[in-house]
Design a protein around this ligand. Structure first.
Ligand code: CDT
Length: 312
């Protein structure tokens, strides 16, 4: 089987609250058609692709909140995506708000799936590092209530055999945490698919705002290099409901170098031919984990959550 995967990153411009699922799906299919014309095998879309980034609003009416969630995948409105994937012979990865009914309760996750051209869900990831806050903070121009609307993901970071290699997913804030990459690195991941919605302004730390694009690239490039993997990081960008979201979608090689980068804040396709064997020169030398890691010395990473400075 070929180890070359032609990857398309489908950055999306803003999705306003008035835009319905079918309109968003039509935009996604237009990008898939373009990717197909360029010979892509895979198209990666942003976090919460199907709706506006609703955690920016404090809402108390559960029915209103649930309108942003999908209780079936595919559904009547999202089935055309699966049909287009089959028609174009494409795999697709996209994020959505997932609602699942368990015996005695409803659970809600920030989820991303990888769907094969045959319509099978090959991989599912539920976001673990939920940023923001759980209670209304009226002093903010925009809320970031992911901790209110979603549970922490309960699937870990599984890596599966797909697209001729080893593939995993993470979502937005996960990309800032080295643990997200390393758990997949330890499963031999060769390509990480990740979508994000990153507001330009983070009210608790306004001095970071000017560095948003730098931090975005920094974490994905470091994660790729330190684990010898491709990283496909795709934004929802632009001014969405008055809130500015950064762009900067990239495809990063295992060298840590950016090999494709978006240049707009709208719907835009970026493309790279990714040779998964490129990962080997890192996984077998500098980052040969079996040879060089010293897990006995890393115990604190799993035993301690917050930092505890040394005693005076
Ligand atoms: N969607 C998401 O995870 N956004 C976060 C914002 C962090 S600031 C609250 C991110 O890491 O980009």
């Amino acid at each position: 089987m070929s180890r070359i995967v032609t990857v398309a990153g489908a950055q999306m411009g803003p999705i306003q609250r008035s835009e319905n699922r079918s309109e968003v799906v039509a935009r996604m299919i237009a990008l898939m058609a373009q990717a197909h014309r360029h010979g892509a095998d895979l198209v990666v879309f942003p976090e919460l692709t199907l709706t506006t980034f609703f955690p920016r609003w404090f809402m108390t009416d559960q029915a209103e909140i649930d309108r942003f969630f999908e209780s079936a995948m595919p559904s009547a409105e999202t089935a055309p995506l699966f049909d287009a994937a089959a028609r174009f012979g494409l795999a697709i990865s996209f994020g959505y708000a997932e609602q699942v009914q368990e015996a005695d309760r409803t659970r809600r996750f920030n989820t991303q799936i990888l769907v094969g051209p045959d319509g099978r869900i090959l991989h599912k990831y539920r976001k673990i590092h939920l940023p923001g806050h759980a209670e209304h903070e009226p002093w903010r121009a925009f809320q970031h209530l992911e901790k209110r609307y979603f549970e922490v993901g309960n699937l870990g970071w599984p890596v599966v055999r797909a697209l001729g290699g080893h593939v995993g997913q993470m979502i937005c804030n996960d990309r800032r945490w080295p643990e997200s990459y390393r758990v997949m690195g330890l499963q031999g991941v060769e390509m990480i698919l990740l979508g994000y919605n990153t507001p330009r302004h983070n009210p608790p730390a306004p001095d970071h705002d000017a560095l948003g694009d730098f931090h975005n690239a920094l974490v994905m490039q470091a994660g790729a290099y330190q684990n010898g993997t491709f990283v496909v990081g795709i934004a929802k960008a632009g001014i969405e409901e008055g809130c500015e979201l950064i762009g900067g979608s990239v495809i990063v090689a295992p060298t840590g170098e950016v090999i494709a980068r978006a240049s707009t804040l709208g719907d835009e396709l970026i493309l790279a031919r990714c040779d998964l064997d490129w990962t080997r020169s890192y996984k077998e030398t500098v980052f040969n984990f079996a040879r060089h890691r010293e897990p006995e010395q890393y115990r604190m990473i799993v035993e301690r959550k917050g930092a505890v400075p040394p005693e005076a």
